[in-house]
Design a protein around this ligand. Sequence first.
Ligand code: FA5
Length: 360
Amino acid sequence: MSPDEFLQQCDILEAQALAAFAAAEAACDSKQLEAARIEFLGARSGRIKQLQKALGAVPATANPAAGKRFNELKRKVEAGLDGAAERIAMRSRQQAEAQRQRAFDPTVPGTALRLGRLHPITQTIEELKDIMGRLGFAVAEGPEVEDEWHNFEALNIPPEHPARDPLDNFYLATAARCATEIPNGGAPSLNPTEAPPRLLRSQTSTVQIRVMEQMRPPVRVISCGRVYRPDTPDDTHFPMFHQIEGLMVDRDVTMGHLKSTLRLLARMAFAPDVEIRFRPSFFPFTEPSVEVDMTWESGWIEMGGAGMVDPNVLRAVGYDPEVYSGFAFGLGIERICARRHGVTDIRQFFRNDVRFLHQF
Ligand code: FA5
């Protein structure tokens, strides 16, 4: 083959290859592009390979120029193929995305949103407030972080009382205590020279004191809220739970008032034929003290603790126990809520499983 013929063949092949790639690209057809690749760049019988064989027949004097042109042809054709392949891939992606968007049908009805509702414990608290409101009790609030005066001292629980053991309460580490105790990994000490200890309240009875410090008798209040104890969780215990506290102080308040109030509360919250009974018990802040049971199915179940406010407590808030008497009670709200709804494990209230919570 003459050098001129060879160069001419190179020009023709280059033009044909680039045209074939452009046609495949215009059709956005990767199969067509692959066929063109095999036709021109196929390793064995591709047309460029064939032309390479013809290079051997070009006279030696013209060989360097012909070789250079051949290399240039190969480079251009390969670059043309890569460019077309890249553009086809990009257009395919764009077309798929456009197709996906076209597939969205705005007339199809959406997924129905499930409306939220109050937590069963909150619902129970609201109902208890409503019932006690109808019996003439106002609602009082108190802080969850308490000092020892309100959680213990004023409730007739002296410093040496076992209920004050740091292991049975959630004491807070203050800045001063953190600095000295946390590096050693010890529990907070109750050293009186340091900042006064504070703790998460262990009972809503703290609110009794706060209310009586603020107002003179007659007092008729309830308080509902969170309390904290390092109890091991089980079916009926949780380290954070809720109590409802009731307090009535006036002249001539008796155990009879306490019993009739709790009977009405139980009947309004559970069933009209519920009965209650008192069992002797002990709380430092009431005298006498009782455990309150109510009838449930074929037996009795415990509702909580109650009693007549201890004269020492009345004195601690400046009330004269010769003039005034009062009753107080404290009930666990999780257990009330669990019984009303047939829940057998109070831990379920705090798992935040909407399949469970949605039943209420
Ligand atoms: C008291 O907390 C007293 N303050 C009640 C009281 C108030 C007595 C006023 C006299 C006058 P007690 O520790 O028994 O008492 O708790 C009362 C109720 O809280 C229990 O009956 C129970 O229903 C509930 N309770 C106690 N510990 C837990 C716990 N870890 N988890 C869930 N509920 C609990």
